[in-house]
Ligand binder design. Sequence first.
Ligand code: BES
Ligand code: MN
Length: 455
Amino acid sequence: MQPVFDYLKQHQARFVAELCDYLRLPSVSAQPQHKKDLTACGEWLVTHCRQIGLDARLCQTAGHPIVVAKTPRRKNSRRPHFMVYGHYDVQPPEPLELWETPPFEPRIVGREIFARGSTDNKGQNFAHLKAVEAYLKTGTPLPCDLTFVIEGEEEVGSANLSKFLKSHRAELRCDAVVVSDTGMPSLRHPALTYSLRGIIAFEITLHGPARDLHSGVFGGAVENPAMALAQLLAKIRDDRGRVKIPGFYDGVSPLSKFERAQAAKYPLKDAQLKKLLGAPELFGERGFTPTEQRSARPTFEINGLTSGYQGEGSKTIVPAWARAKITCRLVPNQSPARVRKVVCDYLKKICPPTVRLEIEAGHGAEAYLVSPTGAPAQAALRALKQAFGAEPILMREGGSIPIVNEFKTILAADSLLLGLGLPDDNAHSPNEKFNLDCFAKGQAMSAHLWQELAR
Ligand code: BES
Ligand code: MN
C-alpha cells in the first residue's frame, strides 16, 4: 500500500491542475443552453478515465449522458464489486455578480479552490478517481472490482439514471455503493452519513387578468395575483416553520433517544451556525434543535418567487400572474406521492376563486435511512479514521441524493455516504469552494476504503 500513498503525495499538484480543467467545463444541467457543455464534460471524464487505466464509456440517455468506468476485470472474478457514484453536473451559478471571480475560472486561495461544482460534486468524485489511479499506476492490486457511475442529472432529479440502472442491472449489481456527495462538520470531524432527506418539487402559478393591467385604472376591482400568492403561501406554515397542511406529517416517526443523542454530538454549535449563515437569527420548528430541524424534520420551502415587473424603477401594474417554485424536504416514512397529494389538495381548497391555480409537478424522491452498524459501514468508519486521523461521527443530512433509494430498490445495494464537503463550502451558493486538504484526505480515504471493504 505504501506505493499508493507515495504516488498520491507526489502527484497532488498535477491532480489539482486536472481538477481545474474539470471545473472549467460549465456543466449546468438545469439550463438548456449548456446541453453541449454537459456532453463535453462527460467526454472529458471518459478520456480522463481511460488515461488513468479505466475501461470507460459515455452512455447516452434521454437527457445528459452517464459516464461508466471500470477497473480492469480479471476473468471469472468473484471479488467483491463496489460502485462509486458521483455527478458531473452542477447547479446554476447565478447570481453572477456575487462571485468574486467567475464561477468557471477556478481560483486557488491558500488551501481552497473556488469554482461552481468544486465541492458539489466534481472535487469529491475526482478524489475517488485519483485514488484508483494511484492503484493502477503503481501496479498495486485492488482487492475488489470497481465501477464508477458519474451522471449529469443529479441536480435536476436523476430522472434518466433509474432507467439506466434497470437496463444495466447485471453489469451494475454490486455489494455497496460509495458516494462522496455530502458533508462533514470539519476536517477534524470526518463523517459517515446514514440518512438523507427526500424531496418533492413543484411550481405554483396563480393566473389573474388576461394581461398586465394599469394598476390605477383597474387596481382595486380585480385580484392582484402576487398578493393572492403571498396570502396563499402565508397559510402554509406557522411562524416557526411548522407546516399546517392536514396530513403533511402523517407517518413521521418521532426521533428516538439514540438519534437525539447522536444529533446533540454534532460539533457545530448554534452560534457558529448562525454566524456561518449570516442570518439575523436562527429559526425553526419548536421542540427540535437546529441540527434536528435541518436533517430529520420535513419542511416546505419557497425556492423562487416571481411576479410583475422586476426591472429598475417602478411600473404601475396589476400583474397577470404570480409564480412560486417550491420544494418540500421529506423524512423517512413520508411518501413523495402522498405528500404531493395533500399539498395539492390543500392549495386547491384555500385558493380563492379570483385567481386560477395551476400546479406543475417536478421531481420527487424518498428519504434515505440505513443502519450504520453493518460491516460495510464499519469498514468505512475505519477508512475515514485512518485518512483523517480523527474519530468519525455518524450523522443525518438534510440534502437529498434521489438515486440512492434506487440503488437499494433496483440493485439491492446500500449506499455509504462519505462526504468531503465542509459547512462553509457554499454549495449551491456564490463562491462555492472545495478544500484541498479534503481533496487529498479524500483520496487517502478512498485508497484505504477498498482494503477495508474487502477485508
Ligand atoms: N450533494 C447534494 C446533496 C447533499 C448535500 C446531501 C449536502 C447532503 C448534504 C446534491 O448535489 C444535491 O444538491 N441534491 C439536490 C437534489 C435535488 C435537486 C433533487 C438537493 O438536495 O437539493
Ligand atoms: Mn447539489
